[in-house]
Design a protein around this ligand. Sequence first.
Ligand SMILES: N[C@@H](CCC(=O)N[C@@H](CS)C(=O)NCC(=O)O)C(=O)O
Length: 208
Amino acid sequence: MTIELHAWNTPNGRKISVALEEMGLPYKVFPVNITKGEQMAPDFLAISPNNKIPAIVDPDGPGGKRVSIFESGAILLYLGEKTGKFLPGPLIERIPVYEWLMWQMGGFGPMPGQVHHFIALEHEQDRAYGLKRYMAETRRLYGVLDRRLADREFVAGPLSVADFAILGWAWRHERHKVSFADFPNVGRWYDALMARPGVKRGMEAKLD
Ligand SMILES: N[C@@H](CCC(=O)N[C@@H](CS)C(=O)NCC(=O)O)C(=O)O
């Protein structure tokens, strides 16, 4: 059955279109124009109480019942559980997926997101402190990722939902002024992922 994807053309939205494509799940996009405040509409809040995209509705959830899910990390884990894809079965193999998914959700998203905010401010005096702080933190996080990828193909070993989560934000590296020349392992990982047909479809899916 077709999954509803409520999203917009942003890093957090792309994580889910990429995962759905890679998992081969049928879905239909319901754009939520966050630049026009549509995330505050009561219908959307009913499935995403934190007024942020993405959210999904699966008419064929656990027990065959309709279920809605918000928070991209929760959605990725749900889809991995549902399909048995990109989420290993044994707990010992899941641990790095949990680690790197939470690492993305807590840092590699919120920090470059702040860069996107401060970089767009009109006045230099408003921009300066925030940009210095969040660009430094964003670069530190890219360094962490680069070291992680020095001796493995994907963050948790085999390709997993954690890679899709991180990719959503790395996809915007130019916007937060990061060059892969400084983080070659991230660049290699990024190119390998972006060359996958499923990732390509997920990145090109119309979300707005
Ligand atoms: N932790 C949330 C963050 C989602 C998020 O920040 N979404 C942004 C777009 S990328 C949004 O909907 N912003 C609208 C708003 O804040 O009102 C997740 O990963 O799902």
